[in-house]
Design a protein around this ligand. Sequence first.
Ligand code: GUN
Ligand code: FE
Length: 461
Amino acid sequence: MGVGSRSLFVGTLVHSKSLEELEYLEDIAVFVDENGVIAAIQTKYSKATTEEVDAIFQKLGWAREDVVVKTAKNGEFFFPGFIDTHIHASQYANAGIFGKTTLMDWLNTYTFPMEASLSDAFKAKTVYSRVIQRTISHGTTTAAYYATISVPSTNLLADLCLSFGQRAFIGRCCMDTMAPDFYKDESPASAIADTRATIAHITNIDPKHALVTPIITPRFAVSCTSKLLHGLGALQKETDLPVQTHISENKNEIKLVKELFPDHSSYTHVYDGHGLLGPKTILAHAVHLSEEEVDLVKIREAKISHCPASNSAITSGTAKVRMMLDKGLQIGLGTDMSGGYSPSILEAAKQAHLVSRHVAMEGDDNTKLSVEEVLFLATKGGSQVVGLSDKIGSFGVGMEWDAQLISLGSAADPVEEGLGSVDVFGWESWEEKMAKWLFGGDDRNTLAVWVKGRLVHERKI
Ligand code: GUN
Ligand code: FE
């Protein structure tokens, strides 16, 4: 990606200070350099004298006229871009279509045929272009994508992310068993060779993985032979690339894993025993993990992608997020589209909030997640899960400008009213505004989105 312009973002910033607390920084100016890195942050900007502002420009060696200024209006705020830690780009055309299925029949009925059909390059280009643009318009600046088993179509997803400017992890899906003949790897060796081919392609188009990174993707233990899992574990060791997979999503799936891997004492042990459970591993779902398994995940420093919309839609269960947080796991949110019906991480955050109340209804009120906590999972938590918490997920000098500009429509203003789906009357506190955004907001509130300082979306009103 080429070098962009220097920018100055002025207005209110909101981001997570901790799991429990959002920070509201009003009257801020953020200086973003041509590489998308935050070079300086000035507080009380409107009160700063011309000399004080000139001093920052001088220190940075920038000329004022070189800088593009974007000012958030009253009632608008900059928020870190959302991080989708688990999404199947190849299933986007099925979003919302799941009937009464649960995991295993959902895979066979809807998912495998759809994914297989994307070996058609034209179809893949159509679907992937749409899913990238759609998720960006919902504020997703980083996505950990599953593509398909097809190398050309997986490579195309990486090309498109790079050209649309979305930060992404791109996984070529590995599955050499328990899959239909029309959609299955020929052998462990061919699956590994194909994974290497996508790694080579992505490293060729983005040598430093500045925006697009390959991710080793065994679909799940059920669809991989032990030989393939060992091979992918060895590949991880060799390349130090991240890994993504599914774990403990559905009770029938867990039973099947027990039957297929009788020598391993749990689903988590299967991945651990194949060298696939480490600090760079993203485990999606983790609905039914035992406390002992959670302890092993913690010891290995593997990460969790919580996918509440999917877990409800395909009837997988309620993940015990509070228990996993209390045990010190790092957790982000995933849409898991199209197990999940929505491309929106704001929707995933809302569903995480509601699902935590279903867990509470089983007896422990402490399991409820707050608005602040689910917005943490959507941003900073996600950045931990994808291993980029020093760069994205919140704002600070030295971090990169992956951000969205949010407007909550004003009930009092007929023009602003058209902007979003939330009515703000003017007397709400920041805490109340964030709750209104979470529960009433959608992509209409997302006015603009930047990745690495580059404008990647602007809402047309
Ligand atoms: N387990 C294996 N494959 C999948 C998938 O595509 N989606 C979900 N939700 N679970 C899976
Ligand atoms: Fe999934």
